[in-house]
Design a protein around this ligand. Structure first.
Ligand code: SF4
Length: 940
């Protein structure tokens, strides 16, 4: 038996092999072709040489991307002295990328905020926490009296752990506004909307590890070799085992260099390309007919749209030759199960939700959903962007995607133990209580816009930037203008973020030092839905406070701390994290955040080595039968011991063992057609062998299962459904009968309540192909969308292509993360990438005589002028330029260092490409457009 075969057959054997080989340098090392045996396995249990006291290991999780790599932090006498790669994690198996390998520096960084500060006459001055909380709190109270609670915008963080994210959403509710949001708006809100409306849940279906089972993987608008390096490790193992690799991207990325088949596409034409692939699939009968017939709705409507995309048309619109499209289709169809991985190249468009749906439909047509090695795999950006989306500050939803209608508020009023009428009284009105709030992508428009066009009583007048980088948003000159108009700007962050330097104000700005995630404990949800528990590594440094303590202190000042923590113990002003998670466990039945008690999560972290790195299942040991991190939904109460759901919509397992059908979320029929799954396509062991709706007390009684609830459960479940029954009895009984609490339905290819029920091509708002605008126009302008007027046609109507002939697009680097203040302050990472740059094709560079390393000006239709270095490379085609988005700290050629608090400016500063980005928002979620616009480049 070959080594590869024996490795494939035994996850544990395979891991021992990896440990022996010391794969500790991650995909970064793999990408550089380092031999795999250059690094010794860590011996974390040994004492630190010369350490005066014995060391202990604290288990934590890398706080950068969403892969969820474990880090062993070596602590001596309360000091974090060293970090080790965690070989026992089934996710990273000892590997770290450059960012993860240096997270200790994130906590100890010299550039951190150390104490609260206030801007006085243009200079930041040190103040006490008492002064900060009192002054800010007084201002908030005044604002509330003068303008109402909706004058405040809370921009939360996708780096908050689940408990902090949940508490911030609760805080916003008790303050009385839905104006709360976080990074997911601008990275994967379109994914969440697209996949939730197609399959039922807004999350990645499989796991990084599950790629081991894939026969082919399509990466589209995704560059994991840089953005999610350790996920590449799993894919590279799949490739060793024979998986085919297709990469679709306008730029030849570091990921593309591994591809068997590379497809260079014109930005903003993903739907025609996906329909072009599907055209070949339908033409050759490669679709999964049985799957389509039994488990999908509306595929016939898709066929009609796809039929329009003949190879010549696809080629004209996308720039991809016919043969290239056909090869991609054939590779996917003949190497099944095939998986699709996407990221911001797909989501950050004014048609982002439609892009996501096109890819979801492709996977449905191939029958790849609910299968090991298949799936719609969506790699998220920050460590807890999935969890913050699931339970955190979203302006259109309460935790667990309950929405903001009256029933949802009443559910949470019951969980929180507070009166619904009291919560309502905190809002400007019931109407505002049930109206989606302002989004992070547009908050500045809610400041700058004429009051009569903002659909709330007042413009925004105060903003909290709570662990979020402003340079990850577009249209920064408009944002700067808004910052100057605000009554107050509050930044809460371990590092100051570019907010601290870009506002151009002389007063009314506060910087509050937050503790990092290594200075608290709590759970975070990796992109694959696994929930991992972080131990506190060190106590907060300097005068930093944990985010939940800061939330509590503000609530105390504002008078709602008792309601905020009614069921949560508070110790020294810190709400106890375990108690917060228990409240999440008691409330979020919709997505099964109910079985993942702190005790179960801690047990998983202590026994990581018992989980198989391919299946993610513990085949033995104290977690036997569980999947690693209890990937949600983890149904029922913790006592029910549901193992988690490793692959969404997998009908080959019983629900009790982690199986699921598609969710019945849209009724039982539409236009006379059944939306429920066909007979015979229920999950394994289901006592209902056909499609069925979601469960409530009436359905349970009709089936004769009601008597199986205990009397206490019956009392609580009467009049309730599976989502609102706080006893959990409905879910318990339904699963005992082998059924899914949310029903058994068809995936929707036709989402009739969306602007485009079947995704159609719409030319980018800033397009160089003016000849295509009439045939593929964008949407009509909207007078009121997420409380603001939103433009489409009037933006597209202006032709900038002659003055600005280059298509511009953006992406990530392996060295930095997000807005980059932490990583650009990290000396090890800063050394690797010292300058902001723009990639230019040699022919475009020759036109202006620019050489690599020389400064150029990048000018965009907004009037922005950005100064950065040229990098001349054939990675980008003629006519297209690419920039990384992590830089900040410059403003149109000026270094802002003197505007940061002393010593807090990041080591590497550069122009933020988003300063120049143009207008554009997804028509469902308000996702910003960052992947297609126009610019010109001049020598500086
Ligand atoms: S940045 Fe992502 S891939 Fe790199 S170590 Fe951290 S979690 Fe893992």
């Amino acid at each position: 038996m070959s080594l590869v075969k024996s490795v494939r057959d035994s996850g544990l054997k395979r891991r021992r092999f990896l440990v022996g080989a010391g794969v500790a340098a991650g995909a970064g090392a793999l990408a550089r072709q380092l031999p795999l045996n250059v690094i010794e396995p860590a011996r974390a249990e040994q004492e630190v040489p010369g350490a005066p006291v014995p060391t202990e290991i604290k288990r934590t999780i890398c706080s950068h991307c969403s892969v969820g790599c474990s880090v062993d932090a070596v602590v001596a006498n309360g000091v974090w002295v060293r970090q080790e790669a965690a070989f026992d994690s089934p996710i990273n198996m000892g590997a770290h990328c450059a960012k993860g390998a240096s997270v200790r520096e994130h906590a100890f960084g010299e550039h951190r905020l150390r104490y609260p500060m206030k801007l006085v006459n243009g200079k930041y001055q040190r103040i006490s926490w008492d002064q900060a909380i009192n002054e800010i709190g007084d201002k908030l109270i005044e604002l509330r009296q003068n303008a109402g609670p909706d004058a405040l915008m809370l921009i939360g963080s996708s780096k908050h752990n689940n408990e902090q994210s949940y508490l911030l959403r609760k805080w916003a509710a008790f303050w009385g506004s839905n104006n709360c949001d976080h990074q997911a708006r601008i990275c994967h809100s379109t994914t969440v909307a697209g996949v939730a409306q197609t399959f039922g849940y807004g999350a990645m279906t499989n796991s990084f590890n599950d790629l081991h089972h894939s026969k082919a993987v399509l990466f589209i608008g995704s560059n994991p070799a840089e953005a999610h390096p350790i996920s590449m490790l799993h894919f590279l193992h799949a490739k060793e085992l024979g998986a085919k690799m297709i990469v679709i991207d306008p730029r030849f990325t570091r990921t593309a260099r591994f591809a068997h088949h590379y497809v260079r596409v014109r930005p903003g034409t993903d739907i025609p390309l996906v329909w072009g692939i599907l055209w070949h699939i339908f033409q050759n009968g490669w679709e999964d007919k049985e799957f389509i017939a039994n488990r999908t709705y509306g595929m016939e409507d898709v066929r009609k749209e796809v039929a329009k995309w003949t190879p010549d048309k696809v080629s004209d619109v996308t720039g991809v030759p016919e043969a290239t499209v056909r090869i991609a289709a054939e590779m996917l169809a003949t190497n099944r199960p095939s998986s699709v991985v996407w990221c911001m190249g797909i989501t950050q468009h004014h048609v982002g939700t439609a892009n996501v749906r096109a890819l979801s439909i492709l996977q449905l047509a191939l029958g790849n959903i609910g299968k090991p090695g298949g799936g719609a795999n969506i790699y998220r950006g920050h460590d807890n962007v999935q969890g913050a989306t699931d339970v955190g500050p979203n302006g259109d939803s309460l935790p667990g995607y309950y929405g903001i209608a009256e029933g949802a508020w009443k559910h949470f009023a019951a969980v929180w133990g507070v009166d619904y009428e009291w919560i309502k009284s905190r809002f400007g009105s019931k109407e505002l209580m049930e109206k989606p709030g302002i989004t992070v992508s547009r908050w500045f428009d809610a400041v700058n816009e004429k009051p009569e066009y903002v659909d709330q009583p007042s413009n925004l007048r105060a903003v909290f930037y709570w662990g979020h980088a402003p340079n990850s948003q577009t249209r920064l000159p408009d944002m700067k203008a808004a910052m100057q108009k605000l009554d107050m700007l509050v930044v809460i962050d371990p590092y100051p973020s570019m907010t601290a330097s870009m506002h151009g104000r002389t007063d009314g700005v506060y910087l509050l030092p937050a503790a990092s995630q290594f200075e608290t404990s709590g759970s975070c949800t990796a992109s694959n839905r696994s929930i991992q528990w972080r131990e506190r590594v060190i106590m907060p440094l300097f005068e930093c406070k944990t985010d939940h303590e800061i939330m509590y202190l503000f609530a105390k000042k504002l008078g709602f701390h008792n309601e905020l923590c009614k069921n949560i113990k508070v110790v020294l002003n810190e709400p106890v994290i375990e108690d917060v998670l228990r409240e999440i466990n008691r409330s979020c039945w919709t997505i099964g955040y109910t079985g993942c008690s702190p005790e179960r999560l801690k047990l998983h972290m202590e026994n990581k080595h018992t989980f198989n790195p391919t299946t993610m299942r513990a085949d033995d040991g104290p977690c036997k039968g569980d999947y690693y991190g209890l990937p949600w939904p983890c149904w029922g109460t913790p006592e029910m011991k549901h193992p988690g759901t490793p692959i969404l919509y997998d009908t080959n397992k019983s629900v009790a063992e982690g199986g699921l059908p598609f969710r019945a979320n849209w009724g039982v029929e539409h236009d006379g057609e059944s939306l429920l799954a066909a007979d015979g396509s229920a999950t394994k062991d289901s006592q209902l062998d056909t499609g069925y709706p979601e469960f409530d007390h009436v359905f349970l009684k009709k089936l004769g299962w009601w008597a199986e609830l205990t009397p206490a459960e019956q009392a609580m479940a009467e009049g309730k459904n599976w989502k609102t029954d706080l006893s959990g009895g409905i879910i318990r009984v339904v699963i005992a009968h082998g059924c899914a609490p949310f029903g058994n339905a068809r995936a929707r290819c036709n989402v009739w309540n969306f602007p485009d029920p079947i995704p159609v091509h719409r030319e980018p708002l800033a397009t160089p192909r003016r000849d295509l605008v009439a045939t593929y126009p964008t949407y009509d302008d909207k007078a009121n969308f997420w409380r603001l007027p939103t433009l489409y046609k009037s933006v597209q109507a202006v032709d900038y292509s002659k003055e600005f002939p280059l298509i511009m697009t953006s992406g990530r680097l392996v060295e930095y993360e997000g807005g980059g203040e932490e990583t650009r302050s990290n000396p090890w990472l800063a050394e690797l990438q010292q300058n902001m740059f723009i990639e230019l094709n040699p022919r475009d560079a020759a036109q202006i005589g620019a050489l690599t390393g020389e400064y150029v000006w990048v000018e965009t239709p907004t009037g922005a002028r950005l100064k950065m270095m040229a990098m001349v490379t054939e990675r980008v085609p003629i006519g297209l330029v690419w920039m990384p988005f992590h830089f900040g700290g410059w403003w149109m050629g000026e270094d802002l260092e003197r505007h940061y608090p002393e010593g807090a400016a990041p080591t590497v500063r550069g122009e933020a490409c988003n300063t120049g980005w143009t207008y554009g928002y997804d028509t469902v979620t308000m996702m910003q457009e960052t992947k297609v616009s126009l610019c010109r480049v001049l020598r500086a």
